[in-house]
Write a protein that binds this ligand. Sequence first.
Ligand code: SF4
Length: 238
Amino acid sequence: MEPNIVWTALIEHAQQKHRFLDQLCSLCSGEFTGKGGTVHCKRSCAGCCSLNVRCTLTEAVALAPHLNDNQIEALHLHAEKLKQIDRDSRDLKSFLKASRDQVGPCPLLDADGACSVYEHRPLACRALLSTMAPHYCTLDFSTLNSTEKQAFMAQLDQESVNFPTHYLAMPQQIAQAAEMECLEKMKEAFGVAVTGNLPYLLDLELTLKVSEKLAEGRGLQNFIDPICKNDSFLISFT
Ligand code: SF4
């Protein structure tokens, strides 16, 4: 198959997974509210966009053509800061804390705090349905003492959430299975499956056209930051 045909097929497959997950999220949300719960997610509530959002390279390649110059510039600045933190962090915990404290939320949020690429956002974003107030999506749980943590967990509907988080479990399980399928297809096509931080992967695609390099059979590891590629918190190859 031609390289661009391969990417087209991978992207269509990922988009099918997006549509399926959206339907499932509606069902799960309806079921949860039907038994008295509340799903707090709504437009301009961007609490979960301050988390470290990871996606498949296929989803980043699909999203990249929909970005304007301002978004591309914001992504690039964000990715440069993340790379510095990646180099300086000794473990995932310190990377997550530094990216939250020093880099801030996803650069694809618009001025109103809404997702500017909502139709194209990855599985990981689609799958987060919060059963508690937005405050809990931005909370740094490492700052809570044990009494506060226990009080938080006591409020969770353990049958419904991905315990000990406050997000509905089923959408996350389905999204993870869908990501695995996307990665298997990428591996079949190119011999490697790539996942990583959403802004970082987008910047890689925009600055280095990594989709073309993969399709040409050139190893991605040869093109990315030599420090980031070893034990990086930004990108993984399987
Ligand atoms: S892509 Fe959209 S939904 Fe996902 S983290 Fe960024 S702004 Fe939030």
